[in-house]
Design a protein around this ligand. Sequence first.
Ligand code: FAD
Length: 444
Amino acid sequence: MMLGKRAVVVGAGMGGLTAARALANSFETVLVLERDTLPAEAEHRAGIPQGKHVHALLAGGQRALDELFPGFEDDLVRSGAVPMRAGLDLRTERPGFDPFPQRDLGIRAYALSRPQVEFLVRRRVQEVAGIELRQGCRVQELVAREDGSTVTGVRYVDRDGATVTASAELVVDASGRGTLTLELLEALGQAAPEETTIGVDVNYATAVFAIPDDAPSDWKGVFTFAGSDGRGALMLPLEGRRWILTIAGRHAVKPPGDEVGFMAFTRQLRTPTIYNAIEHAKRLGEIVRFGFPASTYRHHEGLTTFPRGLLPLGDAICRFNPVYGQGMSVAAQEARALDRLLSDLAAQPDPLAGLAPAFFKWAAELIEAPWASAAIPDFVHPETRGKRPENFEQMLKYGLAMGKLAARDPDVHRLTAEVQHLLKPRSVYQDPALVQRVLAIMVE
Ligand SMILES: Cc1cc2nc3c(=O)[nH]c(=O)nc-3n(C[C@H](O)[C@H](O)[C@H](O)COP(=O)(O)OP(=O)(O)OC[C@H]3O[C@@H](n4cnc5c(N)ncnc54)[C@H](O)[C@@H]3O)c2cc1C
């Protein structure tokens, strides 16, 4: 059943594209407005500067994509994405475990470049009847009724410089920063969502290498956690027999963007695995850098008033610390939740009336696990800004004990991987038998 004539989506990133797919099941037409000119192939574009850096697609995100676009996994395989068996193909080196035991946990994910995953999703979206993707269109503002009760559309500047108003019964703000939503709330005199921020000051430098013929065969990627000097790295394979290596630091530790500095930083990682692998590998393209000051979570679920006909989604709600590789996957899960919600609400006399509060509740449930999983390790660093979780020291010790148990017991290892890949909620950790085993390790 159709809920309305037209929905508008601001932004054709991972959040906007997946949201458009969800909306197409409930609106006669969906108009996606994107300020960039979109490349015809899997190439970088200005609106996604982060796309030049390592982008992990978690198994939970991939499943959401597969539900929204049936057969998406086949698209991944055909595009040359590299299958990664969780627990086995990514060598994980963390203090105390160099490496963490490698075992096939029965969870399959894929490694590919950010432009490639976005391109595959965009191609699928363009095949859906009823979705129109308009490029070179910068949305300037959301348009609402004077009484502030309802958003009625957007005003944008098209590629010829003309200002256009597009009306819609529902607008999804998937613009990443979400400032359009905040500006509207301010203009209407309505409360803005409360924000939790964690100042992480993560600094990235990234290079891509051709995988040499003599590359090690016992791993496809390497995750070297930082030690006390704050230097860490993640190297994943990409389509086209390449590795993408992102070296990272926090606060004052800033990985260099020149070749000599980049190689020296890599050599100083806690283990020599990555340096040995790339030492003689051919670098393809430039070294690029990125600074990410803070994770930000806007608690829309706490608002008592919010205009009808508006939903922020993806980074516009929550920008995660990128080192945990969660943002694209959570955006896809939110879009899947939106699809289910619209179909559940279809039977109501006025389905759009209850949409925003119901969606924000679902989004909060989806965000809880990835946000909490990141916040605890983030606060290990003394310079991290923000409110430390209560019982932080205890939670930290508990997490370390859980890691020890996971190293010893493949079933617990699988469970932690399922939570980390957003396949299961963190509540699975409350199983009393598991809690007893972790507590026993804490007193060893
Ligand atoms: C350095 C870095 C590394 C990351 N690594 C990972 C990772 O490993 N795994 C992972 O899952 N996630 C990662 N992320 C997060 C991920 O990139 C985002 O969470 C994900 O892209 C979802 O974002 P989005 O679609 O909500 O917004 P975005 O990706 O920011 O897309 C917003 C889109 O809206 C467009 N737009 C903005 N304003 C307007 C406007 N006014 N009018 C029209 N169009 C507009 C932009 O051009 C863009 O296309 C990383 C992020 C960073 C910064």
